[in-house]
Design a protein around this ligand. Structure first.
Ligand SMILES: Nc1nc2c(c(=O)[nH]1)N[C@H]1C(S)=C(S)[C@@H](COP(=O)(O)O)O[C@H]1N2
Ligand SMILES: [Mo]
Length: 410
């Protein structure tokens, strides 16, 4: 569906979906059509499209701090447009950073030669690389959790796929001299809380992950400078890991001989130990019962069907979607059109690299009128697959429950 039709088709659904809510003047589009009926009561009221400066209308989850998700329709494109890319912040004081005055400090007790970089030097002094990678919030789909859990009640759109261009973090760390006692590398950005009591958003990753050739300091996204809301002028990219580590507006990188102590690592963004099929562990931050979230789990999304969409008998139905994991590679996507009784392999489209999502499609010709329940399930090269029931965790992470969309053939 092209953009004009998308807007036209969604416009009719606004008032019904928002429960008679009066839309603010600055709303351009309409309410998202996407699976609003799957969300628990209470989350629908805030699900209106609204624009942040420089962004197209996105689904607003909160305004301060800004949390906006991408309507599913955009995921029919292999790379998510920068001006439609989701926005997630923990803190409300988000200064506009100027490229000229921005400095990146590299230091810490495990840095032998601390130094500072300008944006010019960052681009000039290190080899430039570009990686296609999915950026997904740990809490993506939290709003679909059963039982309901508190937090930003995202549906499917707290994610995006982009080509990230920058330099390898390890090249920059090497210039600072990495002490062999280094256990973690921490990142801070220029955003802050409004109150001094709010813990600053600082994240750390294990030293081995910081030295991975795919971990970047990026300044471009899809061939353009990072949008302000996605971290201008530079952010950390940790392909395969959930986006909580992808520090935006990064201003300091700290090499540490001791595990980092701070709220956003010690308390937040943690999962119960041993419940998820995760290979890469963040051992220096484990406690008895929980461990930091690291890799994304294998997942997929149907992108071209709307709930209760109707098709004419005799007309082929094409199901399209995307599948991704944390970089082991999607091996198989299976589609069911009968509520999960029988499954057929979808066709996998072009591979843009192991951290990108992979498009897939499946065509079938319904043989009789009636309702069809369409499901998609991805598996990766490690043999991991999506689940049919959400694995409970209090923060609402790792929701890779097989999605189900009902369509009608008339
Ligand atoms: N400076 C800063 N960086 C941040 C955050 C933040 O609050 N501040 N949130 C993190 C989280 S939890 C997510 S999901 C991603 C969201 O990236 P996006 O806003 O570019 O989509 O940014 C990460 N980097
Ligand atoms: Mo997140």
């Amino acid at each position: 569906m092209d953009r004009r039709n998308f807007l036209k088709n969604t416009a009719g659904g606004v008032l019904a979906a928002a429960g008679g809510l009066v839309l603010p003047k600055h709303v351009f589009g309409a309410s998202p059509t996407t699976n609003l009926n799957e969300l628990p009561a209470g989350t629908v009221a805030s699900a209106v499209l609204e624009s942040l400066p420089g962004k197209r209308p996105l689904i607003k989850r909160s305004y301060r701090p800004p949390n906006f998700e991408t309507p599913v329709e955009y995921f029919n494109e292999i790379f998510t447009p920068n001006d439609a890319f989701f926005v997630r912040y923990h803190l409300s004081n988000i200064p506009e950073v100027s490229a000229d005055s921005w400095r990146l400090k590299i230091g810490g007790d495990a840095a032998q030669k601390p130094f500072e970089l300008t944006l010019e030097q960052l681009k000039r002094d290190f080899e430039q690389v570009e990686i296609a990678a999915v950026c997904m919030c740990s809490g993506n789909r939290r709003g679909l959790s059963v039982p309901h859990v508190p937090g930003v009640e995202w549906a499917h759109g707290a994610m995006g796929n982009a080509r990230w261009k920058g330099v390898r973090l390890r090249d920059v760390l090497n210039k600072a001299g990495i002490a062999k006692e280094t256990v973690e590398v921490a990142f801070d950005g220029s955003d802050r809380g409004v109150l001094d009591a709010t813990p600053d958003f600082v994240k750390s990753i294990p030293a081995w992950k910081a030295l991975d050739e795919n971990t970047l300091i990026a300044y471009e996204m899809n061939g353009a400078p990072l949008p302000h809301w996605n971290g201008f002028p530079a952010r950390i990219i940790v392909p395969g890991w959930t986006a909580t580590y992808w520090m935006k507006h990064v201003t300091s990188i700290t090499l540490l001989t001791q595990p980092f102590k701070g709220f956003w690592v010690n308390t937040a963004y943690r999962i119960p130990k041993g419940k998820f099929p995760i290979t890469q562990q963040f051992v220096s931050q484990e406690n008895e019962t929980t461990t930091p979230i690291t890799e994304m789990v294998v997942n997929s999304l149907i992108t071209n069907l709307k709930p209760n969409q109707t098709f004419r008998l005799g007309q082929p139905v094409v199901v399209k979607g995307i599948a991704w994991d944390s970089g082991y590679g999607i091996r198989l996507v299976e589609v069911s059109t009968d509520g999960g009784m029988t499954w057929r392999d979808a066709q996998l489209e072009k591979d843009y690299g192991r951290f990108s999502w992979r498009q897939w499609s499946y065509a079938f010709k319904p043989s009789k009128k009636g309702s069809y329940s369409v499901l998609a399930k991805a598996s990766n090269s490690q043999g991991a697959s999506q689940t049919f029931e959400w694995i409970f965790n209090a923060a609402g992470y790792h929701n890779n429950v097989v999605q189900q969309i009902a369509i009608a053939v008339t």
